[in-house]
Design a protein around this ligand. Structure first.
Ligand code: HEM
Length: 417
């Protein structure tokens, strides 16, 4: 990793946003970074950081940036993982390197094309009724209680039941998915820092793949009508996914689609409960739900940062980026950029022309966005309609100190019953 001489005095680091004093509201730090130095070299994390909507759009749509090496591999000098640990986790890392999210064209184009044939907006729309059913059933149990911890009681089970159902996995296995998909997330975000933690994470991802391997073998004997089967049979001009590619991308669908949706529901509900006027608006005007979900995604975005690697020397926002250097794109900051969002800190469910970037931008734009949106469009109205006078319980909110995601540990709520 190269170091960079700053020609001016950017003292702040993106890491400041996750210090205890800023964790509840990292947006103040993002604003300072955006205002003082929108593309800067962050000494503490050893990467460039971009905080404006415009430059982030450039990074995510310019083919001079690569998604390939964002994943730490055994041949790059990752800022947080030792060479030895990387070598030990090589198998898992290579498998993760077959996931579309870490690939550039033409590999990305090929994989995304094939996976998209299996995970289609039509398949997602077919889930509408089932999602409503899951939401209703979860709430049937919860409503009489008068209180709950929304993450474990509702936000967590919903997307895991839905994606397990889509992939054709037994619902009783979903507890295990959590451990595995958390492990996946911790490798991605670098939150597994010690070699022991990292090795544990590698073992969990490896178990995750073995699990899918078993189900895949079963599908060969007894084909089913689900996304896993569709992945096996997806074809494009005679090209098909290899077994390893099916496995790697199943892990991706499950891991990418779970935690993110949990955080959308938790963070979104928190925003609604803190802005009762907006909650009432949605309660009495359910036709605004689509634009409301866009604002819930923008305001406290589940994914806060994504990264890319410069393939060549290039200029970004007036700064000289060298080939091989990483650029961290702060989606959380982009989503509060006043150049794009009028009065960006205002939570406004009727925000016009909402160009939120919660799902990223460009060729890696979230493949699961239609599913996440649908879950949000069904979950939020159901929660506020079925839980009368829904309110925050007395509590201290705890956020995970991680740069990659905006994760609330618990959210206690109560209602009249
Ligand atoms: C609120 C929920 C979600 C959020 C905020 C979210 C966010 C994102 C973001 C920011 C990216 C771009 C990553 C990058 O460019 O490096 C992405 C990609 C992706 N997401 Fe999501 N996601 C969500 C839900 C889902 C769901 C439900 C699924 C599938 C079940 C999913 C599957 C994927 C996949 C496969 C990619 C990689 C696409 C590619 O590389 O072409 N996501 N997501």
């Amino acid at each position: 990793m190269h170091s960079q001489n700053l020609d001016h005095s950017t003292k702040l680091s993106l890491l400041d946003a996750i210090k205890p004093e800023h964790l509840a509201d990292p947006y103040t730090i993002y604003r300072q970074l955006r205002e003082t130095d929108p593309v800067y070299w962050d000494e503490e994390i050893g990467t460039w950081v971009a905080t404006r909507h415009a430059e982030i759009m450039t990074v995510l749509s310019d083919s001079r940036f690569s998604a390939v090496h964002w994943l730490p591999t055994d041949d790059n000098d990752s800022p947080w993982i030792s060479q030895e640990t990387l070598e030990q986790g090589g198998t898992v890392l290579r498998a993760m390197g077959r996931q579309m999210i870490f690939l550039d064209p033409p590999d990305h184009t090929r994989l995304r094309g094939l996976v998209s044939r299996a995970f289609t907006p039509r398949m997602v729309q077919k889930m509408r009724y089932d999602i409503q059913l899951v939401v209703d059933q979860l709430l049937d149990t919860i409503v009489p209680l008068g209180q709950m911890e929304i993450i474990s009681d509702f936000a967590f089970p919903l997307p895991s039941i839905v994606i397990a159902q889509m992939l054709g996995m037994p619902p009783e296995d979903r507890e295990q998915f959590n451990v595995w998909s958390n492990a996946f997330g911790s490798i991605l975000t670098g939150s597994s820092r010690t070699p022991e933690e990292l090795m544990q994470a590698f073992m969990n991802v490896s178990a995750f793949m073995d699990y899918f391997r078993l189900h895949l073998a079963e599908r060969k004997l007894h084909p089913k009508d689900d996304v896993l089967q569709a992945l096996v049979t997806a074809e494009d001009h005679g090209d098909m996914l290899s077994e390893e590619e099916v496995l790697s991308n199943c892990v991706l669908l499950l891991a990418a689609g779970h935690g993110t949706t949990v955080h959308l529901i938790a963070n979104g509900l928190l925003a609604l409960l803190r802005n009762q006027d907006q909650l009432q608006d949605l309660l009495y005007n359910s036709e605004i739900i689509r634009e409301a979900v866009e604002e819930l995604l923008r305001y406290d975005s589940p994914v806060q940062t994504i990264g890319r690697l410069a393939k060549v020397d290039l200029k970004l926002g007036g700064k000289q980026i060298r080939a091989g250097q990483q650029v961290v794109c702060s989606l959380g900051a982009a989503n509060r950029d006043p150049a794009v969002f009028n009065n960006p800190d205002w939570f406004n469910l009727r925000r016009p022309d909402n160009r939120q970037m919660a799902f990223g931008y460009g060729i890696h734009y979230c493949l699961g966005a239609p599913l996440a949106r649908l879950e949000g469009e069904i979950a939020f109205p159901a929660l506020i309609k079925r839980l009368p006078n829904l309110r925050l319980a007395e509590q201290t909110l705890n956020w995970e100190p991680t740069l990659g995601f905006r994760i609330l540990r618990e959210l206690h709520v109560s209602w009249d019953h």
